[in-house]
Design a protein. Structure first.
Length: 591
């Protein structure tokens, strides 16, 4: 953070704020509870006391099953913004300052009362001079400076409190990095405009999926202007109970929810494996559900479909294709947090999906290894064995029976225990996948994401399969085998010569060989030390007995006793200390 960014807060205010953070952290024992993933209620209370930045941190962590435990996720979901609504005069001043134009110059109309308000900003409904309805999001004053300052003080508080992340269940350095990146991305409206327009180009009009356009020429760092998208949060649809009296209505509601679930899955798969650009925060608050009620809306939808058709190579959609779409739409909002994958990484993730479909543990393990970084030496066989024990119950369960946040958290821990680090892009995808899965299960508990993904797997393999290349590779391998075949008798004869002449060497590698060798080396060192100490005692005894007339020799023997005694005491203390550390470690793991 630059000095200019921190200048908005005086040194005195920063010192006061830092002391406040440290005081609250100590009051609720935040660091110990968080890194050990204990007492989530205390951590939530502390975040609420510390205000906007920490509330946003908790809300972000409530969607990160790869960073915190399921218990913390449930507790952080209870965090609520301390919603503040800026007066309309403050809004007008902010727009004039950011754009250099008044509200009346930019908009035909502008509602004084906001549609929604949160800790970061508030949204107003407005109308452009050409009659287009837009949503205008205005950040509260000094939000960016406040967040950046709080994050810097948060890091400083961790340093002052001598936080030691290496001994924790949670990697605090990685967690803090993810928090900073996500929070700064959320308040960066310029990035959100670029992300939103790219998502609009790739997804708007695909089936029932819609996305707002963003007006880059009207947006600034603190102001975001986008197309107004009517509708209600899909959360409200989820809260509506299915009819128990009218069987026909109940069946219609179930079919509607099932279609919504399949549409979400198919579009998400397209985002990840075709576009390599996906919405990383698809929680119910960021997805609107809209019913089309008028002929005008249907006509607009037809135009959108035709535009999308041109982008993917179709000249037009038939009437039958238009009739296949139901009279409702899903709209994505909030593009501050997006994920992007390289083609190679997307292929690696696709291989994991395909391997899971086969339920072959070794294939799944190899696919996982390909998308992870190795922190240290990895015992692959041990990893495959642990993975099989871990995944078998899940592969035999229905999707609705799986506690997905717990599954993700344990999967991350399994990888860490085997010296594997999942790439940050993959953790973001895991988080988005978890949110989509949670939404899909609520819409249709009987649906299987793997069943919906299976057609993709077939299409992916067909797309990646190149018949000409496969024929050429097979022909080349066949030719090499044909050329090498006459050499087999010669090589067998050479092998027999080596064996008969006694020049053959056989090498064995044991499981955990390095650990075993270190233990043997430690035992040998102890034996050698014991022999030396015994020799010292014997030698000292001889010196003491044979040196009655020679004080120097007598003193030398006595010093031999003393040195031997000191070494023995140190060895006992070292052994007790090592045992105590092992006991403390086992006790921490049981908590």
């Amino acid at each position: 953070m630059t000095e200019k960014k921190v200048a908005a807060v005086s040194k005195k205010d920063r010192r006061t704020r830092l002391l406040e953070i440290i005081k609250v952290f100590q009051k609720y024992d935040v660091l110990f509870n968080f890194v050990r993933q204990r007492h989530p209620q205390k951590v939530r209370t502390a975040f609420e006391e510390l205000g906007v930045t920490f509330i946003k941190i908790g809300q972000m962590l409530s969607t990160r099953a790869d960073l915190v435990s399921p218990e913390f996720i449930e507790e952080f979901k209870k965090l609520q913004d301390n919603v503040t609504v800026d007066d309309f005069t403050v809004v007008k001043e902010a727009i004039a300052k950011q754009t250099g134009h008044s509200v009346d110059e930019l908009f035909r109309s502008f509602s004084e009362q906001p549609l929604a308000s949160a800790s970061i900003g508030q949204t107003h409904l407005a109308e452009l001079p050409n009659g287009t309805q837009v949503a205008v999001k205005i950040q509260h004053k000094n939000v960016k400076e406040t967040v950046e300052t709080d994050l810097a003080l948060f890091e400083q508080a961790l340093t002052i409190l001598k936080f030691a992340p290496d001994s924790s269940v949670i990697d605090m350095r990685k967690t803090l990095f993810e928090i900073k990146r996500a929070l700064l991305d959320e308040i960066d409206t310029v990035t959100e405009v670029k992300n939103g327009n790219e998502f609009y180009r790739l997804n708007n009009g695909q089936g029932i999926i819609r996305s707002p356009r963003f007006y880059a020429e009207l947006s600034t760092q603190g102001i975001l202007v986008s197309e107004y998208m009517p509708g209600k949060s899909i959360k409200k649809l989820l809260n509506e109970s299915i009819s128990q009296d009218d069987k026909e209505l109940a069946q219609k509601q179930k079919e509607e929810r099932s279609f919504l679930a399949q549409s979400l899955i198919q579009n998400f798969i397209k985002q990840v494996f075709t576009d390599h650009f996906f919405h990383a925060d698809p929680h119910p608050g960021n997805i609107l559900f809209t019913r089309l009620a008028t002929d005008n809306e249907v006509t607009q939808e037809k135009e959108i479909r035709q535009k999308f058709a041109k982008k993917i190579g179709k000249t037009q959609f038939s009437v039958s294709e238009m009739k296949q779409l139901p009279p409702y739409r899903l709209t994505y909002l909030d593009f501050g947090m997006m994920g992007r994958l390289s083609p190679n990484l997307a292929d690696g993730i696709a291989n994991v999906v395909i391997a899971i479909n086969t339920k072959d543990m070794r294939d799944i393990g190899q696919a996982l290894l390909a998308i992870c970084d190795r922190a240290e030496i990895v015992d692959e066989e041990e990893f495959y064995a642990q993975l099989a024990v871990f995944l078998t119950p899940y592969l035999q369960s229905g999707l609705g029976d799986i506690d997905f946040p717990a599954l993700l958290f344990r999967m991350i821990q399994l990888c860490r225990d085997n010296n594997l680090r999942i790439k940050s892009e993959v953790t973001l995808l895991i988080k988005a996948f978890g949110l989509i899965e949670s939404l899909v299960v609520q819409l249709d508990p009987d649906i299987s994401m793997l069943d919906v993904a299976r057609p993709f797997a077939r299409e992916y393999m067909v797309r990646k399969f190149n018949l000409q290349n496969e024929i050429e590779n097979s022909a080349y391998n066949f030719w090499r085998a044909f050329v090498a075949t006459p050499q087999i008798p010669v090589k067998v004869n050479k092998l027999l010569d080596v064996l008969t002449q006694g020049r053959a060497q056989v090498r064995f590698n044991y499981k955990n060989q390095e650990t075993l060798l270190k233990r043997i080396e430690s035992m040998l060192n102890k034996v050698v030390t014991a022999i030396i100490l015994a020799a010292t005692i014997v030698g000292s005894s001889l010196l003491v007995q044979a040196s009655s007339a020679h004080p120097f020799v007598y003193n030398l023997g006595v010093w031999g006793y003393i040195i031997t005694l000191v070494v023995v005491v140190l060895m006992i203390i070292s052994n007790l200390h090592r045992r105590y550390k092992g006991w403390r470690k086992r006790k921490r793991e049981k908590r």
